[in-house]
Design a protein around this ligand. Structure first.
Ligand code: B12
Ligand code: SF4
Length: 483
């Protein structure tokens, strides 16, 4: 079979979508042909014309569903081609398969079930029993097949297909390449879909699965040798923290790969062994959620039990090993306030964050925080999900304008703590100079805190251009959305 994947390239920056790349590798192993194209009706039609695919496949997150659906249905009005939708949005909202332009939906992990589906189609076998499949029926609207247990041994999967995006130089020639050493997260923060994922896969095997060190290292070696990677971004929800694993990883990665890397973690898992090993392996930066400076809000609303004192101690430990800290914070929380968001900036100053990014809290449907906010009347029934955390939030919170300003200058305040004293004056400034100041700092920090490798001038210029284009586009999009 020939499959054409449609991907929201513009949402991704330089990091290729790993989910689709994994699917592509599995499909190719089963002798299917796979192509990729960006989310543009014209480009999709041109590609259909040239490669004549049997299926159009789309990968969607909740915020990207509506604009993906719009394009695919426009194409389907003109070209007769079956469509398959998969990815987190279908996993959590399978009911959208009732929409006209979707022929098949797949919930959950896709590698095994999607290739089985293609194999059956090719062999003219009935596909109605394929696991994870969601299809319309004439009886009660929708048939949802059972979910197949999660792949227990991730080493059995092929490496993601990095050739799929050969035509997309922003991925194919990127210096920084993404890898996942594990899948799943043991926690259940209220604003994340992880809790729902656990519920869905309850009884279907362990949710957190870690690849063997050798398997991860082999993939990184391939990225270094074949794709000339200069840095690795481990996209794991939380980078594996078992002592024996991380120590073995430090030995092997530093010997065989020796590329700088950055990854995500939680303060609570940062033991001495973990941090020492990460540093020994070549970790330059850890992306860590602080989320809020208010302990009660953190525990009762965000469902993250961690004290400020512990975070400050762990931050010291991390930085003492030469690793930088990039914190993630949420402002505009339900049951929060401007004063509490200001406390969050203060906590970031106290833990000496190298860069502190703040996002507006978005209460995505089917998360626990959305349930709490809805019950408290903090969300209108008619609200629509913004395209990212940077978009206006539908949550009803006091001082929303000031909170948005605080979000914009959050990193600047943390990096220049003297401004903290004059925050009340800063919040009176017009938005535009704040945005410009924050964008410049953001660009500088991405270069110095995240992309810590020797970058050629050409790549540097390209990144600067991409950074500003994305910033400008998102300002225009946001304004269009606000109207
Ligand atoms: C990396 C990442 C990003 C990256 C890039 C995404 C990318 N490259 O694909 C960036 C930074 C752009 C991003 C942005 C956002 N993200 Co994000 N992100 C992730 C993260 C951490 C890893 C994604 C990944 O590679 N997973 C590994 C692969 C193997 O899994 P997968 O992508 O889900 O693909 C598998 C299945 O879904 C399925 N599948 C996927 N596509 C298809 C298609 C077909 C046809 C089929 C059959 C199957 C199928 O098969 C794949 C292989 O098993 C996930 C969390 C997670 N652990 O998955 C969150 C996650 C996907 N993100 C999430 C969210 C909410 C966001 C943001 C809204 C946050 C924000 N900052 O504003 C934005 C939305 C941007 C947008 N407009 O769409 C949610 C999505 C929930 C939802 N209901 O959609 C997740 C699940 C986090 C969470 N637990 O809450 N994200
Ligand atoms: S630690 Fe991160 S991935 Fe895990 S549940 Fe919390 S927000 Fe989600």
């Amino acid at each position: 079979m020939k499959v054409l994947f449609v991907v929201n390239v513009e949402d991704l920056g330089f990091e290729e979508p790993l989910g689709v790349s994994y699917l592509s590798a599995m499909c190719k192993m089963n002798n299917h042909s796979v192509y990729a194209v960006e989310n543009s009706a014209t480009k999709i039609e041109e590609k259909i014309e040239s490669v004549k695919p049997d299926l159009l496949a789309a990968s969607v997150l909740t915020p990207s569903f509506s604009y993906m659906y719009e394009t695919v249905s426009r194409v389907k009005d003109r070209v007769d081609i079956p469509t398959v939708f998969g990815g987190p949005h279908i996993t959590f909202f399978p009911e959208i398969v009732e929409r006209k332009a979707i022929d098949y939906g797949f919930m959950g992990e896709g590698e095994e079930v999607f290739t089985e589906f293609l194999n059956f189609l090719e062999e003219n076998k009935p596909i109605d029993k394929v696991d994870n499949l969601v299809v319309k029926n004439d009886r009660d609207g929708l048939t949802k097949n059972r979910l197949r247990p999660l792949v227990r041994d991730l080493d059995t999967l092929p490496f993601p297909d990095r050739e799929l995006f050969r035509d997309y130089k922003q991925f194919y020639e990127a210096d920084v390449r993404s890898v996942m050493a594990s899948r799943g997260c043991p926690y259940r923060c209220s604003y994340c879909f992880n809790k729902e994922y656990h519920k869905l896969y309850d009884g279907l095997g362990p949710k957190v699965r870690v690849r063997s060190v050798d398997n991860v290292v082999d993939e990184c070696v391939e990225l270094k040798d074949i794709y000339d990677a200069k840095m690795i971004h481990f996209f794991d929800d939380i980078f594996p923290f078992r002592d024996d694993w991380i120590e073995e990883f430090a030995d092997k990665y530093s010997r065989k790969v020796a590329l700088p890397f950055f990854t995500n973690t939680r303060f609570s898992v940062c033991s001495e062994t973990y941090v020492t090993s990460l540093s020994r392996a070549g970790c330059k930066t850890l992306l860590i959620g602080v989320e809020t400076g208010d302990e009660e809000l953190r525990e009762k609303v965000l469902w993250r039990r961690m004290s400020n004192k512990m975070m400050i101690e762990k931050a010291k430990l991390i930085q003492s090993h030469g690793i930088k800290i990039y914190t993630q914070n949420l402002v505009g929380l339900p049951f929060g306030s401007l004063a509490k968001d200001i406390e969050t900036a203060k906590l970031n100053i106290d833990l000496n964050a190298d860069f502190a990014n703040a996002y507006l809290c978005q209460a995505y449907p089917k998360t626990q925080i959305e349930k709490m906010a809805r019950e408290a009347g903090l969300i209108d029934d008619s609200y629509e999900v913004g395209r990212s955390f940077y978009y206006p939030s539908a949550l009803k919170v006091d001082n929303k304008k000031d909170i948005e300003k605080l979000r914009v200058i959050f990193a600047t305040i943390v990096n220049f703590p003297m401004l903290y004293k004059y925050l009340h004056l800063v919040l009176k400034m017009p938005m535009l100079p704040l945005r410009i100041m924050s964008s410049l700092l953001h660009g500088y920090k991405i270069r110095t805190v995240v992309l810590c490798y020797k970058m050629s001038m050409k790549v540097f210029a390209k990144n600067v251009k991409m950074f500003f284009m994305r910033r400008i586009n998102s300002v225009f999009d946001r304004e269009a959305e606000a109207k």
